[in-house]
Design a protein around this ligand. Structure first.
Ligand code: GAL
Length: 667
């Protein structure tokens, strides 16, 4: 790991000067300085201009851009420029183009039109990395390297013949021989037994459901192939440059196909892109979850927000603009949750191309705008928060998250299409957010010992070692809660026999003999007054106490919510999809039992998160409501410099960051 922090919080965004005449560049630097920008990502989509014909590099314009930025005191996160190959690559080597499962070829003209397993793409892209890194390794503006861009955003799965061959190689590594593969894939079923490696393909469009383990392995393979590109570029960089290396992840927003947890060790710092689902009035919850998850992937360390938007994007059906104040709330919510840098896509709004209606730091209308004024305000805010850099976020709750469990649970041929991986995650996270409780979102193999409460939503696929660790955690006095359709299969997607929820039966003290998924729209009631939908199951307590049972639906009288004392702790099971109010009540009970407290007692709709460094702490308070909020805080408010002696008053929509007096909040 290379040290990546600057003097304060990074602030800036993607800078694409190649889209503009050179006269604009000096104005850019002047405006960047005015806004307080200190870091820009350059060259992300520049391959076609840097290498206009195979093997001939033209660096003149990039030399001038980097020198100009440096003379203006703006630091650079320099891209390896491999994000999107130039059109000549596909013309010379059509076999580098990706194919969908049905054989459709994805052509150049957009971006990322390459097969991640293509040896030709790999070779050509590494040549670019060598050329760029060789030229700019010592450039004084460059403080960070940016590998590719959102690897897998558009080309995560390729089903071409080159990919098929690479998939076979990956399977040989995993299973050694065909017996191992046939066993893992359960090929005794439907006459699928393989007698030769050459018979195996990616799960291309087939007449009936494809083998689930084949699908799962293809998802693993595809994530690994993209990771291999990341690692190959990193290896080249490591030999040539000394600055820290990152690539932008897309944690949150439903991005499913890259197992970022497994990529985290390949970068010197975790960076993430996040865009709001603008039409969602609760979008700030999705933002908070993405940020907490990014921190979890980073092992709790500070991370960098590589991209978000100053206002609307252009790729949603209705691209809702941010209201005044929202840019600040969004940006500082990321900082509250561990970001030590706030960058945007992009510096100047494009005048042509598919992203011309995407917001930027400098809008089409120029600097005399609400957006640019808010950008300047944010620059000043981040400067005032420099001392927060390097501190960590307080969290007593862990939510377990595993991309493999996500992949597994959303395969086809399951009991109900209404069981979605993110559903209970969002529900439990939302309840914690409303209770003012911060959670780390971590992999099931993470060290759980520091948490008071562990939640396992829909952990369908789970490894034995992780089950054992959760058991030990509860025995040692922890509180855990597991939701339905968890513990069902092993890593090969084979059912854990003997009754559900398989791997968690013993921990939870329950045994389910049959699932009773509900019809679309069907609701059931519980004897504690809750309602639920989507899922019920014929559950027998086997050591657990029953906390609530169904009063109607297919299973009247059958337990829906249980609690099992294990050692010094307790393991709760939620066997149905509780409504929001019931989920809030459940989380309140869990939090109470585990002794978890909110970061500060705050009115509903006011987000409170604490960052800490040794015995110094900072309380971030974000008022998402339309009313003034008051809460007990003592310290110095950094954005205004005001003292808070016992109470903070925060106007509607405002943000405060209070350096707390040291005696206030012992860790
Ligand atoms: C990201 C991407 C950027 C830009 C942005 C628009 O996915 O990295 O290049 O396309 O989205 O929101």
């Amino acid at each position: 790991m290379r040290q990546w922090h600057g003097n304060g919080i990074y602030f800036g965004g993607d800078y694409n000067p190649e889209q503009w005449p050179e006269q604009t560049w000096s104005e850019d630097v002047e405006l960047m300085r005015r806004a307080g920008v200190n870091l820009v990502s350059v060259g992300i989509f520049s391959w076609a201009l840097l290498e206009p014909t195979p093997g001939r590099f033209e660096f003149g314009w990039l030399d001038r851009v980097l020198d100009l930025l440096h003379s203006g005191g703006i630091q650079v996160d320099l891209a390896t420029a491999t994000a999107s190959p130039p059109p000549w690559l596909a013309r010379a080597h059509p076999e580098t183009l990706p194919r969908r499962a049905d054989g459709t070829i994805l052509w150049p003209g957009g971006r990322q039109a390459y097969c991640p397993s293509s040896p030709i793409f790999r070779e050509r892209s590494l040549e670019v990395v060598r050329a760029v890194a060789g030229r700019y390794a010592e450039h004084p503006a460059v403080v960070m390297w940016h590998i590719s861009n959102e690897l897998g955003c558009h080309n995560a799965h390729c089903y071409c013949d080159v990919s098929a061959e690479a998939f076979r190689g990956w399977l040989r590594e995993r299973y050694g021989d065909l017996d191992g593969l046939n066993d893992a894939w359960g090929t005794a079923f439907w006459s699928q037994h393989y007698g030769d490696w050459a018979e195996i393909n990616p799960p291309r469009t087939a007449p009936a459901f494809a083998n689930p383990t084949q699908q799962l392995d293809f998802l693993r393979f595809s994530s690994d192939e993209l990771r291999a590109q990341l690692r190959a570029e990193r290896e080249v960089l490591r030999t040539l440059v000394r600055q820290p290396i990152t690539t932008n992840f897309m944690i949150g927003m439903g991005v499913k196909h890259m197992d970022y947890q497994s990529w985290a060790d390949d970068v010197d710092l975790v960076s993430n892109d996040h865009y709001l689902t603008a039409a969602d009035p609760q979008a700030h919850l999705g933002l908070a979850l993405a940020a907490d998850h990014t921190r979890g992937v980073a092992g709790g360390d500070p991370w960098l927000l590589m991209e978000h938007s100053t206002s609307a994007v252009q790729w949603q059906p209705r691209n809702v603009a941010k209201l005044p104040g929202q840019l600040r709330r969004n940006s500082l919510a990321h900082v509250a949750r561990g970001a030590d840098g706030v960058l945007f896509f992009q510096w100047r709004a494009s005048r042509s191309g598919a992203e011309k209606f995407h917001s930027a730091l400098v809008p089409h209308a120029g600097p005399d705008t609400k957006v640019f004024r808010e950008v300047c305000q944010l620059g000043a805010d981040l400067k005032a928060l420099a001392e927060v850099r390097g501190s960590r976020v307080d969290a007593d709750v862990a939510i377990l998250f595993d991309w493999e469990a996500w992949w597994g649970v959303e395969l086809d041929s399951h009991p109900s299409v209404d069981v979605r991986y993110a559903d209970r995650l969002n529900a439990l996270y939302g309840a914690l957010w409303r209770a003012g409780v911060t959670a780390d979102v971590v992999h099931p193999s993470a060290d759980l010992s520091g948490y008071r409460l562990v939640l396992a939503p829909t952990l369908y696929l789970v490894r034995d070692a992780d089950v054992a660790a959760l058991h030990r955690y509860v025995e040692g006095g922890g509180t855990a809660a597991v939701t339905y359709f968890s513990g069902i299969v092993d890593e090969n997607d084979h059912i854990r026999l003997g009754g559900y929820p398989g791997a968690f039966r013993e921990l939870l003290g329950v045994r389910t003999e049959e699932f009773f998924p509900l019809r679309e729209g069907e609701q059931v009631r519980l004897d504690d007054g809750s309602t639920a939908d989507v899922w019920t199951e014929w559950l027998h307590p086997d050591g657990a106490e029953v906390l609530a049972s169904y009063t109607d639906g297919p299973l009247p009288g059958v337990p829906a919510l249980t609690r099992h004392r294990v050692g010094d702790g307790a393991a709760w099971y939620v066997g149905t999809r509780l409504d929001e109010a019931a989920t809030d009540r459940l989380v309140a009970r869990l939090v109470g039992e585990a002794g978890v407290r909110p970061a500060a007692p705050a009115p509903s709709g006011v987000e409170v998160v604490r960052r800490r460094d040794g015995d110094q702490s900072w309380l971030f308070v974000i008022n998402h409501t339309e009313a003034e909020a008051r809460l007990p805080v003592t310290g110095t408010e950094l954005l205004t410099g005001a003292r808070c002696s016992g109470e903070l008053t925060l106007p509607a929509g405002a943000v405060a960051v209070v350096r707390e007096d040291r005696t206030d909040h012992p860790a």
